[in-house]
Design a protein around this ligand. Sequence first.
Ligand SMILES: CC[C@H](C(=O)O)C(=O)SCCNC(=O)CCNC(=O)[C@H](O)C(C)(C)COP(=O)(O)OP(=O)(O)OC[C@H]1O[C@@H](n2cnc3c(N)ncnc32)[C@H](O)[C@@H]1OP(=O)(O)O
Ligand SMILES: [Co+2]
Length: 142
Amino acid sequence: MKIGRLNHVGVATPDVEAAARTYRELYGADEASDPIELPKLGVRVIFVRIPNMQIELIEPLGAASPIHKFLEKNPKGGQHHMCFEVPDIVAARDAMRERGATILGTGEPYTGAHGVPVIFVHPKNTGGVLVELMQEPEGEHA
Ligand SMILES: CC[C@H](C(=O)O)C(=O)SCCNC(=O)CCNC(=O)[C@H](O)C(C)(C)COP(=O)(O)OP(=O)(O)OC[C@H]1O[C@@H](n2cnc3c(N)ncnc32)[C@H](O)[C@@H]1OP(=O)(O)O
Ligand SMILES: [Co+2]
């Protein structure tokens, strides 16, 4: 198993609309989704679409949000994770385990913000970088 395309970089922020405005006004990145609330995932998201990848702006949603603590430590926000596509998320999870990595949560892939299954690998396994792996969307390389 080897990781594929960088699908998105996750950026945590206290305010996804304000952050999207910055990417539009400072960098001309003017293709962005409306805010999307994902209560089961504990985040509110705006996708800023740039060529070949996205910036996933995420703000906490609900008391149990997984990014609360991150924003306590980084009140203005910051780079949060990188997400790579894999052809088979279950095979990828198994390979990560075989290679000694810690899969976060229950260890089972679950549906992420793109409607496909994802897993997260603990930052300690990647030199302090939180890595998300996501099932390659259907027809990606059609
Ligand atoms: C899934 C929907 C969407 C998508 O793309 O589909 C998203 O990507 S939503 C993104 C938000 N969801 C997640 O991040 C889920 C996985 N994350 C987690 O389970 C937690 O955030 C976790 C365990 C990575 C950290 O949780 P927390 O900060 O509450 O726990 P700790 O303080 O114990 O952290 C342990 C250790 O990790 C360091 N840390 C925390 N967050 C990050 C980060 N984003 N990047 C790098 N390192 C991080 C933290 O500082 C601790 O380090 P230590 O040296 O032990 O103090
Ligand atoms: Co993500």
